[in-house]
Each structure stands twice: as C-alpha cells, then as structure tokens.
Design a protein around this ligand. Structure first.
Ligand SMILES: CC(C)(COP(=O)(O)OP(=O)(O)OC[C@H]1O[C@@H](n2cnc3c(N)ncnc32)[C@H](O)[C@@H]1OP(=O)(O)O)[C@@H](O)C(=O)NCCC(=O)NCCS
Length: 180
C-alpha cells in the first residue's frame, strides 16, 4: 500500500505546490489570478507552521494548504487562502486533513477566527468549508467595467490561449531538474 502523509511544507515542496496550483486553478480568472511562486513563498516565509502538504511517496505533492495570520489589518484573524488536492486524490478526505492542520496552527499562533473566501460556483470548496466548521458570513460580488475598446468585441471575451507567464516558476523548475 502506498504511503500518504500530511506534513509541514518545506522549501523542496515549492515546485510541486506551484505546479499543482497551476493544474487546478484557472489563473486567468478571479480569484486565482495572483497564483505565482511569490504568493506561495510569501506564505511559507510568513507562517510556515500554517502551510502543509499531502505527500505521496511516488507522486510527491498531491495536496496543499497555505494560510497566514492577519487578514484585512486584523492580526488576530487567520486567512486560509489557498487549498488544493490533485484531482486523482480528491474525495478521500485529504483537503479536510490539510485544512485541519493549518487551522490548528493558526489558532495555536493566536488567531481568534479564520477567514476564507470561496468563489460562488466552487461548490466543492464551499462544501469542504461547511463540513469543517466554517459558516457563511459576508458576500462580496466583483463587478467589472470594461475599457470602451473592449466592449462588444467577441475576441475580448475569449480566454487567452496560455496562462500568464510566471518567470520564477520556469527558473524553479529548471533548478529542480538539475538537482534530480
Ligand atoms: C476543494 C478541494 C480542495 C476539495 O478536496 P478533497 O480532497 O476532494 O476534499 P475532501 O476529500 O476532504 O472532501 C470531498 C468529499 O470527499 C468525501 N470523503 C470521502 N472520503 C473521505 C474521508 N475519508 N474523510 C473525509 N471525507 C471524505 C467528503 O465527505 C466529501 O464529500 P462531498 O463532496 O460529497 O460532501 C478540491 O476539490 C480542489 O482541489 N479543488 C480545486 C482547487 C480549489 O478550488 N480550491 C479552493 C479554492 S483555493
């Protein structure tokens, strides 16, 4: 039987976390547009005890959660910002275990509450939060006003064919290849 462990995130997990995020988040759409090596590194740097990964002995990183202390100027609120599980490992309770480890760390570090935000159509994420003690609070709707030259042009509605480039990601992958 293959061994699956929930462990604190380490530096050598960076490439695996970044890649998994790029596979499961649509980085061309809100609220995932800020997914990048820098956003992962900021979490690991600021609150390493609240960053956890699910590690498969053969596949490597198959899940992660990245949280931090302080939300919207409140130092006593934790923010669970990113959580993901590889599609081939979903539905086995891995996200619940990751979420639990991260929340325990945030409460131990002094959080009085933990905030997370869920995009309206993400029922898997909403279900996960509700099963794990999160209750609905404020709903914020993002409204967009397009530049005039984009209005009425079907091309402007289409998603770009490639996600935005993350130069740091390419460098990290190259470095990982040379150490293999
Ligand atoms: C949201 C997401 C992280 C959930 O991951 P997951 O590992 O499938 O979540 P869980 O396994 O904990 O729960 C999923 C289901 O498995 C069930 N499950 C199966 N075995 C289980 C077990 N042993 N223990 C607990 N739950 C189990 C849960 O009850 C739940 O069922 P339901 O959806 O029918 O209610 C995952 O769908 C994902 O990565 N989505 C893409 C990224 C994303 O949108 N992230 C959120 C925004 S940052």
């Amino acid at each position: 039987m293959r061994c699956m462990r929930i462990v604190p995130m380490r530096l050598d997990h960076l490439a695996g976390v970044l890649d998994l995020g790029h596979r499961v988040f649509d980085v061309t759409a809100m609220p995932y547009t800020s997914w990048s090596l820098s956003s992962v590194a900021v979490h690991l740097d600021a609150q390493p005890d609240a960053c956890w990964v699910a590690e498969d002995e053969q596949a490597g990183v198959v899940g992660f959660v990245l949280s931090s202390l302080s939300y919207d100027e409140r130092d006593d609120w934790g923010y669970l910002e990113w959580i993901a599980v590889d599609p081939t490992h979903q539905g086995r309770g891995l996200a619940g275990r990751l979420l639990d480890a991260s929340c325990r760390a945030l409460f131990a570090a002094g959080a009085t509450r933990i905030v997370t935000d869920v995009e309206q159509s993400n029922t898997a994420s909403a279900g996960l939060m509700q099963r794990n003690g999160f209750t609905d609070s404020v709903t914020v709707t993002l409204f967009f006003r397009r530049a005039e030259h984009e209005q009425g042009h079907p091309a402007a509605e289409r998603r770009p064919s490639a996600p935005p480039r993350d130069p740091a990601r390419a460098r990290l992958r190259a470095a990982a290849r040379t150490t293999e």
